[in-house]
Design a protein around this ligand. Structure first.
Ligand SMILES: *Cc1c(COP(=O)(O)O)cnc(C)c1O
Length: 502
């Protein structure tokens, strides 16, 4: 399988797409075509383990990897000591037609682990396949969860290093501690004075800077990306949509070929794009419902066809979705535009120079045949957590609750009774403070200590605090570096200086 750039250029192998992350013309790598999973193949998935399902899906894209290589990578990534549920991505039934796909059973309690436990294995294999002898230096901009997941994935992986930028005041206390207490000799964590878009824009600028590439090369390093723009992040995410469908078949809750909807709490558009890829590979999907928080630029896009970032940025209780520029949307635009790279390049230029672009009426119709969308503000999110807990005895985190609220409104609006999977992206313990206040009576004093919140949540819900949260309290903070948003390159180089501790 070859990979092209969304902006028209490039023709590379899967391993090159993974190793280099972003195409030289600034575009994202996309597969030349969508491999098809037949009905028969889909039925075969039913009796497979998660690892076997992953291997079956991955090998359709990763043609320059051998099957034993893929099998070994998958087994290492989804090992029993990394995930606290044997199903890896268990599907829970909430009520007659609603399910929750729990993607937070990995080491950092968020769905990013599903991809970032696997990516380092794919990256080191890709380096070897392409004769790359320099250290593969991963640069990440994070809205909170990617950073820790990347650090955990790449920590002490030989031949790699991992540097994470996070917005100084834009992540939860638990998220920040998770990152700044990370061990490993090859990890660096740097706070940026700015919001997530500043951090992401800064990292993108470093990736396209020849000068910075030269500085890194002089240190024996080559840049690579672990952000969700990397195809190696996307392809592991395609797997769990197939896996959820196979689980529904296994339960006998759907018949082969019957469509299923997915509602996805969306930020950078990676997770829901993977669902679109699964659909394009033949998975029977009804609607893909794109759920946003108050930063509802995507809701507006799906209703008007205009993507317009000229708006206020809000900090919300679902910080991993506090994003105005959803990078992975570019891969969907590529399909909307009938794979016309020049048109994508034009739209992206308009976005950069004028802050908006429009895809036009006909392309909007195309989108609306597949996608629905909606958003929840913080109050609606809190209400949803409370309602679902009282009615279904199920505890959701804030991001998952955004999706659940959007589904509730979608069903009221459309009457669509298709079985629907809510994609759950984080453990409620990762955002314990906001989940706790949602459950408590209004007017109750607000607890601010993250650990006490977790304990209170345990008492209320009966679900034990995960070890990853409990042990955070006693881990020393190892990373204290910070920088301005326009000096991120220097901060990276400083982190690599021999006597820099972090
Ligand atoms: C990253 C993240 C999201 C957003 O996912 P995208 O792939 O960026 O759309 C949603 N929820 C949580 C908890 C996340 O960590």
């Amino acid at each position: 399988m070859s990979f092209f750039s969304t902006r028209g250029g490039a023709c590379v192998t899967a391993s090159q797409a993974i190793l280099y992350g972003l195409a030289a013309d600034g575009g994202l790598y996309v597969p030349a075509m969508f491999p098809q999973i037949s009905r028969k193949k889909l039925l075969e998935l039913v009796n497979m383990t998660y690892c076997q399902r992953a291997s079956a899906i991955l090998r359709t894209y990763l043609e320059d990897f051998s099957i034993p290589e893929i099998d070994a990578a998958v087994s290492a990534a989804y090992a029993k000591d990394k995930f606290d549920d044997a199903a890896i991505a268990p599907l829970r039934r909430l009520n007659d037609s609603t399910y929750v796909l729990e993607l937070f059973h990995g080491p950092t309690l968020a769905f990013k682990d599903m991809a970032l436990q696997l990516l380092p294995h794919l990256t080191t294999l890709s380096a070897r396949k392409n004769g790359e002898e320099r250290e593969v230096s991963i640069l990440v901009a994070t809205s909170g969860d990617t950073g820790k997941a990347a650090l955990e994935g790449f920590k002490d992986v030989p031949g790699t290093s991992c540097t994470v930028f996070y917005p100084m005041d834009g992540v939860s206390r638990v998220q920040q501690l998770q990152m700044t207490t990370t061990g490993g000799d090859n990890t660096h964590v740097i706070a940026v004075k700015g919001n997530f878009d500043d951090a992401q824009t800064g990292v993108k600028a470093l990736f396209s800077s020849a000068e910075f590439a030269g500085d890194m090369n002089a240190l024996g390093k080559v840049l690579s990306s672990a952000n969700s723009i990397n195809f190696g992040r996307l392809v592991p995410q395609v797997v769990y949509y197939f896996s959820a469908y196979a689980d529904l078949l296994a339960r006998g809750d759907i018949q082969p070929g019957e469509p299923v909807n997915f509602v996805v709490p969306t930020g950078n558009f990676g997770n829901i794009l993977a669902a679109y890829y699964a659909r394009s590979m033949g998975l029977p999907v009804g609607r893909l419902i794109c759920a946003s928080n108050r930063n509802n630029v995507l809701t507006d896009f799906f209703s008007t066809g205009i993507y317009d970032v000229r708006r206020q940025f809000f900090k919300t209780t679902s910080p991993s979705m506090d994003i105005l520029i959803s990078s992975n949307l570019e891969r969907l635009l590529f399909e909307v535009a009938d794979r016309d790279g020049e048109l994508i390049a034009t739209w992206m230029r308009q976005l950069k120079e004028c802050g908006s672009y429009s895809v036009g009426e006909q392309r909007l119709d195309w989108l609306n045949a597949i996608f629905a969308s909606g958003f929840a503000d913080d109050r609606q999110t809190a209400e949803e957590i409370r309602t679902v807990f009282l009615q279904e005895h199920y505890l959701m985190d804030t991001h998952t609750a955004v999706a659940s609220h959007v589904l509730r409104e979608y069903r009221q609006r459309t009457g669509d009774a298709t079985p629907t999977v809510i994609v759950s992206t984080a453990s409620p313990y990762k955002f314990a403070g906001d989940v706790l206040s949602a459950l408590r009576d209004e007017g109750a004093p607000r607890e601010t200590d993250a650990f006490r919140c977790a304990e209170a949540l345990e008492q209320l819900s009966g679900a034990p605090v995960p070890a990853q949260v409990r042990e955070l309290r006693n881990l020393p903070v190892r990373h204290t570096a910070w920088c301005e948003k326009d000096t991120m390159g220097q901060a990276v180089l400083r982190a690599f200086e021999p006597d820099s501790c972090c």
